[in-house]
Design a protein around this ligand. Structure first.
Ligand code: G6P
Length: 368
């Protein structure tokens, strides 16, 4: 059917702004708001209690959704999770246990490497579950279980709304796993589900940072390199932030675990290298602040994405703070994804690139 840009200049802008709505649709399919329980749209043909290990495989932005989900599954269900990009998984001959669970994440459902990885996992006797945005796709058809994202058609080559919808599905699944394995009580589940129910509203609030981000993008556009730092689930989001920026603005960017700063990238820091720090006020916040101080001491300009508490605690000069709404710590990546995407988008607009169709990239990579 017809998809247009509505009043937006690019599909990417429209898709960023649609997120509260489509993440809300996805949420409504995965939780029962009245009972505050997870209610998956498909019956799982396996018992989480019988699974020893989950392996998650995807490419690009979808792999970062998987990386965030690894933290969620491990924390909430105490199940070990391995995360691979599909091109590595399919050839590395990983020892897999029959009857374990393999999860595949793909917007298009057609990515060649992800599909090959799915076929490999099937041949090894694993349960296969895919999180896909196109329900008629090959990956959806060939998976034992399909959990759809309800993002609607995504046109911009750089994935945005599919990513946050993937996170919503994976968050619900991680809660379901924790519950099924007896790691979460009914009360824990209700609390987590209430946290998920808040997400669309919080994402809408995060969109209000746009005018500030538009101004910051003018500085980013003058840079040759940008570093993104985060800890915990903010680390894979830092990787996603760097990917988004390089994909559409062609500015070199790297995402790093904040604690790894001193093991290499700190050598690059000077006044010409902006550092984007993703740090909600959570249990690792103080540690990230100390990494930020190391950046400030070397003259690096810092853009800190945090909440009101984080902004009050972090008193460093040369710091620009983007203040996001207060929220439960577990699911922050869905909300912090919004300013991360907006920063890449506005930088690309200033650079004058073809935002929806960046050079050399394809929306769906169906060749190896
Ligand atoms: C391409 C796109 C990315 C996407 C990746 C995986 O590289 O440009 O935006 O994240 O493929 O695509 P998939 O459809 O499997 O999520």
């Amino acid at each position: 059917f017809l998809v247009d840009k509505a009043n937006y200049r690019h599909f990417m802008a429209k898709e960023i702004h649609e997120q509260p709505e489509v993440v809300g649709h996805t949420l409504a399919r995965y939780v029962d708001m009245a009972t505050e329980k997870v209610a998956l749209p498909a019956k799982l043909p396996f018992d989480f209690g019988a699974i020893q290990r989950i392996s998650i495989t995807a490419c690009g932005t979808a792999s970062y959704a998987g990386y965030i989900a690894k933290y969620w599954f491990e924390r909430l269900s105490r199940m070990p999770v391995e995360l691979d990009v599909a091109s590595e998984f399919r050839y590395r001959e990983a020892p897999l246990r029959k009857g374990d669970l393999a999860i595949f994440i793909s917007q298009s459902g057609e990515t060649a490497d992800t599909l090959a990885a799915l076929r490999y996992a099937k041949s090894q006797g694993l349960h296969t579950l895919s999180v896909v945005n196109v329900p008629t796709s090959t990956i959806a058809r060939e998976s034992e279980t399909v959990l759809p994202t309800l993002a609607g058609p995504e046109i911009g080559v750089a994935s945005t709304k599919a990513f946050t919808c993937q996170l919503m599905v994976l968050a619900a699944l991680a809660v379901a796993a924790g519950k099924a394995r007896g790691e979460l009580s009914d009360a824990d589940e209700a609390k987590l589900v209430r946290g998920l129910i808040e997400i669309p509203r919080l994402m809408a609030a995060a969109l209000a940072t746009e005018p500030q981000i538009e101004k910051l993008a003018r500085d980013i556009a003058k840079s040759k390199d940008v570093l993104y730092l985060g800890r915990g689930t903010s680390y894979p989001l830092a990787l996603e932030g760097a990917l988004k920026l390089k994909e559409i603005s062609y500015i070199h960017a790297e995402g790093y675990a904040a604690g790894e700063l001193k093991h290499g990238p700190i050598a690059l820091i000077d006044e010409n290298m902006p550092v984007v720090v993703i740090a909600p006020f959570d249990r690792v916040f103080e540690k990230t602040v100390s990494n930020m101080q190391e950046v400030a001491a070397r003259g690096g300009g810092i853009i800190l994405m945090t909440d009101a508490k984080g902004a009050a605690e972090a008193t460093i000069e040369s710091l620009v703070t983007i203040v996001l709404p207060d929220m439960a710590a577990t699911f922050t990546p869905m909300v912090y994804a919004v300013p991360v995407q907006l920063l890449a988008y506005h930088t690309a607009v200033i650079m004058g690139t073809d935002v929806d169709q960046p050079r050399n990239l394809a929306k769906s990579v169906t060749v190896e």
